[in-house]
Design a protein around this ligand. Structure first.
Ligand code: G1P
Length: 286
């Protein structure tokens, strides 16, 4: 069955960005010329996704307003003769069909995904964590859907990470299948480096079979007292295969101020309008 739906989780507190996130969802922080969340939405669309289920929470309304249509704004732009901008704003609100669900208690990634069960139903679906932004020629999700088409089962994105960073990621125990594909023998959430089964860390892109919901419902709280997707996938291994795909592209973790700044500089340098001048400015600064 085709992967048509994608869950984008946008319910976290964004504590690493306090005080900004007191009144502003972290997903709405700008990354060069658009909010962070738009990168995941565009990646999903460019990978063929037809419906997005956005899991939000209290204080995240700015996200819904952002993707909505604003007749007032369109009217003002029309009056001013700003035709190009008007066109861009209309396109933005017509991007894709998005529905919103609220996660009422922030009990972890697994719990957030479980809130989408009713809308997903009985079909495979994608999950994108908007903190992870990947700069790549082919959207990462599209690369993963190709792997899914081959194996017709769960696929997680992975990349090589440094040993001291295992405490930040889900880590897989891999069995190599081809150049970029591994069968997952086991996986563990944020292990100490001595306990990590490899240095292949899970990046926030998944294709999941609907049976993941049954696993999510029965697993107890794991790391940090949260319902962990990693734990549900490990349970699912008793029943279904899970593959890991080492994607092509450069990933940025925009979930921390430093990672967000790195992504900002790297992507701004590639931007045709501002890149050349920024390069010159940075050269002078250094
Ligand atoms: C989540 C997952 C983790 C994964 C990571 C990727 O953790 O639980 O397995 O490696 O995303 O970004 P978080 O970063 O939300 O703590």
């Amino acid at each position: 069955m085709k992967v048509r739906k994608a869950v984008i989780t946008a319910a976290g507190w964004g504590t690493r960005f306090l005080p900004i996130t007191r009144s502003q969802p972290k997903e709405m922080l700008p990354l060069v010329d658009k909010p962070l969340i738009q990168y995941s939405v565009e990646e999903a669309i460019n990978s063929g996704i037809e419906q997005i289920i956005m899991v939000t929470a209290l204080g995240k309304r700015a996200i819904e307003d952002y993707f909505d249509r604003s007749f007032e704004l369109e009217y003002v732009l029309e009056q001013k003769g700003e035709t190009k901008l008007l066109q861009e704003m209309r396109e933005l609100s017509n991007l894709v069909d998005i529905c919103y669900i609220r996660q009422k208690e922030q009990l972890g990634l697994g719990h957030a995904i479980l809130t989408a069960k009713g809308i997903i139903g009985e079909e495979p679906f994608a999950v994108l964590l908007p903190d992870d932004i990947v700069d790549s020629k082919v959207p990462v999700l599209k690369q993963m859907i190709e792997v899914y088409e081959q194996y017709k089962t769960n696929v997680v994105a992975v990349e090589r990470i440094s040993r001291q960073d295992t405490i930040k990621y889900g880590i897989i125990e891999p069995k190599r299948v081809s150049e970029r594909v591994y069968q997952v023998l086991s996986l563990v959430e944020k292990p100490e480096s001595a306990e990590a089964p490899s240095n292949l860390g899970v990046v926030g892109r998944y294709i999941l079979m609907p049976q993941i919901f049954d696993a999510l419902k029965v697993i107890p709280s794991g790391k940090n007292q949260e319902i962990q997707l990693t734990d549900a996938l490990r349970l699912l291994l008793n029943q279904q295969a899970v593959y890991a795909y080492e994607f092509e592209g450069v990933r940025y973790d925009t979930g921390t101020p430093l990672g967000w700044l790195e992504a900002t500089v790297a992507l701004a340098l590639k931007h045709p309008d501002i890149g050349p001048e920024l390069r010159e400015y940075l050269r002078q600064l250094l």
